[in-house]
Design a protein around this ligand. Structure first.
Ligand code: GDP
Ligand code: MG
Length: 164
């Protein structure tokens, strides 16, 4: 059994970029064949010799009767609550807080699992102040990272290890 670390958040905050940065592999995120792509979004990772499995819940897709592909943030968050040992709740430091972030926070807040609030797109020291508005989500101290620049991922993973 490896602990499961789930990445949760609204679209475009950088969940997949963060997931790829942590698992250190580029994997196919876009599925050619429409359908639930859940099996493609699990990947094993390791930090300081500790192994865990990551899941990018944003990659869980559904197809409706008209062949439209959609995702459901609420379902993704609930799956993470059910299955994960640690939840990485990702928000976007460039766009700032959005109503959908509050929706996700409302689902996660009372889940009883450890939730780490990750403010992504903190690409430089000057942008660190963008983290602070997210205290208002009531999810504890935000951890600022840049998935693209690989900044502060070590601190984030240290925090993950404290919970697994
Ligand atoms: P997802 O929908 O949450 O999985 O988001 P993606 O990982 O697909 O990223 C959405 C967009 O944000 C892409 O254009 C990424 O290149 C961009 N992005 C992701 N991480 C960062 C980051 O740390 N800094 C910046 N500036 N852009 C980022
Ligand atoms: Mg994604």
């Amino acid at each position: 059994y490896k602990p499961l670390v789930a990445v949760v958040g609204r679209p475009n905050v950088g969940k997949s970029t963060l997931f790829n940065a942590i698992v250190k592999k580029r994997i196919a995120i876009v599925e050619d064949i429409p359908g639930v792509t859940r099996d493609r979004i699990y990947f094993d990772a390791e930090w300081l010799g500790r192994e865990f499995t990551m899941i990018d819940t944003g990659g869980i897709e559904f197809v409706d009767a008209a062949d439209r592909i959609f995702t459901d943030m609420r379902y993704q968050a609930e799956l993470a609550i059910r299955e994960a040992d640690v939840i990485l709740f990702v928000v976007d430091g460039k766009t700032g807080m959005q109503p959908q972030d509050e929706e996700v926070a409302n689902i996660l807040r009372t889940c009883g699992k450890p939730v780490l609030l990750v403010v992504n797109k903190i690409d430089s020291v000057e942008q660190e102040m963008n983290m602070y508005e997210f205290y208002a989500l009531g999810m504890g101290d935000p951890i600022g990272v840049s998935a693209v620049n690989l900044m502060n991922l070590g601190d984030l993973l240290d925090s993950v290890l404290q919970h697994i």
